[in-house]
Write a protein that binds this ligand. Structure first.
Ligand SMILES: NC(=O)c1ccc[n+]([C@@H]2O[C@H](COP(=O)([O-])OP(=O)(O)OC[C@H]3O[C@@H](n4cnc5c(N)ncnc54)[C@H](O)[C@@H]3O)[C@@H](O)[C@H]2O)c1
Ligand SMILES: [Zn+2]
Ligand SMILES: [Zn+2]
Length: 373
């Protein structure tokens, strides 16, 4: 049913700057009624992820004005014509990689490699946007969502229905960081019990990797971060050892103690740190690239070392997850007390504080910020 006319939502937007960079602002945007195959969701919680920051700090330049935000949860308010999978009132997690469900990768069950999605082009599947500004100009949904506001209109394929018991704050994290981090362990690397692993970078994604390693039974788990607060949280969540990279050369330490580890996860997006991963591995080990560097960055590796020692490098998009399958699984594990996802959340704050939350993320202070419209 499509009944409601367009409504107005406060939203955090980024606009390309005149010279360099972008401007970030809170403004009122109009949100169109859902079209065929689309749903309107009232956002109850949205997480501030480094992939939002990459747009703000120019790592991933945008030439379009965007409504930021891609890690969200809320309630379905209205469904467009032809929507059959969700109903008004359903609690949902939003998935930023809405699959087309038609390409060869979708057909093969690898939705995280979908080649038909328009999410990365920051549009709805039909190439349009539901958002317009006060003067009627188009604002585009970041990663096809644009969750930094009170309402979104998204394709039905971008929502996953979850148990009403699941807190919206935790649901928001299931939209990106947790599904990516836990999925990197369980799906991308398929870490077996007893394997050793290091996680370099312990923000929302890296701490989710630590939790995933704990769930998988990895041992030992070594966590590395510049921030003492992040290292302490990593230890509470299951890291056996934490290292400050300013005091310890991680690769040398791991080789000396263990002869290298079986898995090395990078969750920063730092091309220089990525170069150091093979040196952390035991023969046969795998480096898993989860962090996303700035576009165009290059890392140099020693191919002889990789070939000679049978080491591999795995790329990880969205934790190699199928949101429809993995999000409800992770939600159940959380509700059963097996994944303490609430520990990732530092502050729940009003939407208007989004710019400060982005500044704090850039400064590396605090854990995950959740915004509530
Ligand atoms: N692969 C995917 O599908 C996917 C999904 C979500 C996020 N990401 C990417 O993952 C990365 C991490 O995201 P996040 O939201 O957790 O970011 P974050 O900013 O919360 O975490 C990054 C962490 O790295 C630490 N750090 C920075 N430099 C370091 C260094 N030299 N050594 C050790 N630690 C260092 C910081 O202190 C911080 O704790 C980003 O690049 C983001 O874009 C990828
Ligand atoms: Zn994200
Ligand atoms: Zn597809």
């Amino acid at each position: 049913m499509t009944t409601d006319p367009a409504l107005t939502s406060p939203a955090i937007t980024v606009r390309p700057g005149a010279e360099t960079g972008v401007s970030v602002a809170l403004e009122d945007v109009h949100v169109a009624a859902p079209g065929p195959g689309q749903v309107r969701v009232g956002i109850r919680a949205t997480g501030v992820c480094h992939s939002d920051l990459h747009v703000v700090n120019g790592d991933w330049p945008t030439d379009q004005p965007l409504v930021l935000g891609h890690e969200g949860a809320g309630v379905v308010e209205e469904t467009g014509p032809g929507v059959t999978g969700v109903r008004t009132g359903d609690h949902v997690v939003l998935s930023w990689f809405a699959p087309c469900r038609a390409c060869a990768n979708c057909a093969a069950g690898r939705a995280w490699l979908c080649t038909g999605t328009t999410a990365l082009a920051n549009t709805l599947p039909d190439g349009t946007t539901p958002f317009t500004d006060a003067s009627g100009g188009e604002l585009w949904p970041y990663l096809g969502l644009g969750t930094f506001g009170s309402h979104v209109v998204v394709p039905e394929t971008a929502v996953v229905v979850v148990d009403e018991e699941l807190p919206f704050t935790v649901g928001a994290l299931l939209g990106c960081s947790v599904t990516t981090g836990v999925g990197a362990v369980l799906n991308t690397a398929r870490v077996p019990a007893g394997a050793s692993a290091v996680v370099v970078g312990c923000g929302g994604v890296g701490l989710s990797i630590v939790m995933g390693l704990r769930l998988a039974g990895a041992h030992p788990i070594i966590a590395v971060d510049l921030s003492g607060e992040k290292r302490a949280t990593a230890q509470e969540l299951g890291a056996d050892v934490v290292l400050d990279p300013r005091e310890t050369d991680t690769g040398a330490w791991l080789r000396e103690r263990f002869g290298g580890v079986d898995y090395a996860f990078e969750a920063i997006g730092n091309a220089h740190v990525i170069e150091t991963l093979p040196g952390m591995l035991a023969p046969g080990g795998a480096a898993v690239l989860v962090g996303m560097p700035r576009m165009g960055a290059r890392s140099s590796i020693d191919p002889y070392e990789l070939a000679d020692q049978g080491k591999s490098i795995l790329g990880c998009n969205y934790g190699s997850s199928v949101a429809r399958v993995d999000v409800p699984r992770l939600a159940r594990l959380h509700l059963a007390g097996r994944l303490p996802l609430e520990r990732l959340i530092d502050r729940v704050r009003p939407l208007a504080e989004g710019p400060q939350a982005l500044d704090e993320l850039a400064a590396g202070t605090g854990l995950r910020s959740i915004l509530t419209p």
